[in-house]
Design a protein. Structure first.
Length: 250
């Protein structure tokens, strides 16, 4: 998540001059958003976004996998792993960006029922790709083969019809609530100046949570991958937690 935020800011800095040169303004944005130039620019942005996110996730998963299997990798060694896998990561980023753009364009053109169908397709795609990052990190496979491998691991471990169990997203959503409470308290106590100071503190708090969320999610994903591959609970995790991450749907 933190990488996404940083890349989003950097991406805007890169693309804003090009957008202005193309004559895209807030007034004609909706029309320009359907142009070939804008679509191409968005695809490049998607591609860069996916590449950076997956690159650092591969590094994080590499370190987590090492520690879970008794190793002692540092993050520098994780980055070295990601660098060795850079070309397959770029290929995967191209596939992911293409699918993301296609689903986005179909959703924009579909009606209400069509959007529901596309949302279901998007969920199925995300589940199929659940283990793509560790597969890209540890198995010498092409992006397409990595999707099949990821889908196979997920299906064989939790079945074809699953429901979400333990949710890290929900945990961190709850942890976000004190940030909002702090901001509202600062507004009540300090008025306009409190709103600014509280907003800055809240932003820093959310940034810290974002870093923690990305790290914990990467570690948990590595643990689930090890469980799916070895059918053995990694050290430091309970069997109930791992097994209930996804549960078969009745």
């Amino acid at each position: 998540m933190i990488v996404t935020l940083l890349l989003g800011a950097g991406g805007l800095a890169v693309f804003l001059p090009a957008i202005r040169e193309a004559g895209i303004t807030p007034q004609n944005f909706q029309h320009s958003g359907k142009s070939a130039e804008f679509t191409a620019a968005m695809f490049v942005f998607y591609l860069a976004n996916y590449f950076v996110i997956v690159f650092f996730n591969v590094a994080l998963v590499g370190v987590a996998n090492s520690r879970l299997t008794g190793g002692s990798w540092t993050f520098d060694q994780g980055l070295q792993l990601a660098w060795k896998r850079k070309w397959v990561i770029l290929q995967w980023a191209f596939v992911a960006a293409t699918v993301g753009m296609v689903l986005r364009m179909l959703s924009e053109r579909a009606g209400f029922i069509g959007r529901i169908v596309i949302s279901i397709i998007g969920i199925a795609w995300n589940l199929a790709c659940y283990f793509v990052v560790p597969v890209l990190a540890f198995e010498d496979l092409t992006p397409v083969a990595a999707i099949y491998r990821s889908s196979e691991l997920f299906r064989e471990t939790w079945g074809e019809k699953v429901a979400g169990g333990f949710s890290l997203g929900m945990v961190f959503f709850v942890l976000m609530l004190p940030g909002f409470a702090l901001w509202f308290a600062a507004i009540r106590l300090g008025g306009q100046s409190g709103m600014v100071i509280g907003g800055v503190v809240m932003g820093l708090y959310f940034l810290l949570l974002s870093v923690m969320s990305s790290a914990v999610q990467g570690i948990f994903n590595a643990a689930l991958y090890r469980y799916a591959c070895d059918q053995a609970v990694p050290p430091g995790f309970s069997k109930d937690l791992i097994a209930s991450a996804w549960s078969p749907k009745d």
